[in-house]
Design a protein around this ligand. Sequence first.
Ligand code: NAP
Length: 470
Amino acid sequence: MPIATTDPATGEVLRTYDEMPPDRIDAAIAAAHRAFAELRGTSVAQRARWLTAAADLLDAERDDIARVMTTEMGKTYAAAKAEAAKCAAACRFYADNAERFLADEPADAAAVGARRAVVRYQPIGPVLAVMPWNFPLWQVIRFAAPALTAGNTGLLKHASNVPQTALWLGELFGRAGFPEGAFTALLVGSSAVERILTDPRVRAATLTGSEPAGRSIAAIAGRELKKTVLELGGSDPFVVMPSADLDRAAEVATTARCQNNGQSCIAAKRFIVHADVFDAFTERFVDRMAALRVGDPMDERTDVGPLASERGRNEVAAQVRDAAERGARVLCGGEVPDRPGWWYPPTVVTDLTPEMRMWGEEVFGPAAGLYRVSSYDEAVEVANGTSFGLGANAWTRDPEEQERFATDLDAGSVFVNGMTTSYPQLPFGGVRNSGYGRELSALGMREFCNVKTVWVGEGGPSAGAGAHAE
Ligand code: NAP
């Protein structure tokens, strides 16, 4: 895939970049290694101050970097500005909480025959971050803010279609005060990842992206015995039960499916509706989806812009066409408009069956699948019936059902009566083919830490006696 900025609204290639040659990649790894030696010697308080400076830059340059994101991948300008603001807020969250998250945790010293026993969180070194284009700032910041504040350094291999955002990010942390080489953007294609990850100076990798990319990186890292965090795809269920507030559920369903032009890993993608309210919900949902304004992503009135790539748009169109050809009904949308750029309208498809692609695959665009179920058990069965397990949504005012959904939905997060969202305060990640490991919260900060056991005895002859020596 060429490294280039291509405007998805027109299909016009605006700027192309040469891939970094191997010697520059090596120099960046060496710089990250050197910066790690320096960064690990700084205090958490100092790193937190640099992170606050990064937040200030994000706020000050919000409109400019938002325009770059909209130009490179087509999200609406309003959404891009909100993304930059969320990044600044996440930096401030970690700046405010890093000392607490990284403080020594006392353990029961007497129980282990010690004078003092603690768990200490220490950085592990340079981490390779392979990132996607869909939230080109947020996906990177949610890794980098906690990782750098913990004392690690980062090497960013961003998606090939967002090079200008990548370069801006590659300079952000240095401008904020972090040591030179602490965070570098490598303009490379995916074929360079193996070489970088096998370098002994690179200690771990995090990937946000597709399942095939996850399998590839996990295989390389497994061979090299390196830690990975994988944030992969999802096909999140959105269950609507008879007691739900249908107006609110339909409103959130529309936003959840079409946010970021339908290209969010935690977008609700499968709408599983109890038969008692199926028609009433469907009417509300289809009306709202059909009323969304598709158009110029720079226009503040636009709800849905173009998809990020021609390949991605064609994939969504093919998934919907496959369902229609096998007997599904398209309730709105479903036609690729005849205009330059990579557009796809908000679409609702029902009467889906397991042999259709939309049943089991992730649909990365504004096309929703509607499923009719007749009981709680059937709702859970359909909701858990794909290989994914990222987020899940349930709409019910019945307190007992709320608790049951929270337990029974097999996903990394369950949101009841609200939209699945990532918050710096809450862990984020998936189960099954949606990946493993957690980002955000204290857990995200500790993923790339050596969780070190420190045991200190009296130093006398009987210290540690009686313990099983393993
Ligand atoms: P993708 O093809 O996997 O690309 C993501 C990143 O991985 C890019 O930097 C890409 O580089 C790189 N890459 C691709 N194949 C690779 C390989 N074999 N080895 C190493 N690196 C590789 O993903 P996408 O289709 O563009 O993005 C959408 C996917 O990401 C969806 O499945 C979505 O659900 C998922 N996603 C997950 C989360 C989450 O938090 N769980 C968040 C956002 C998106 P190039 O651009 O150079 O190919």
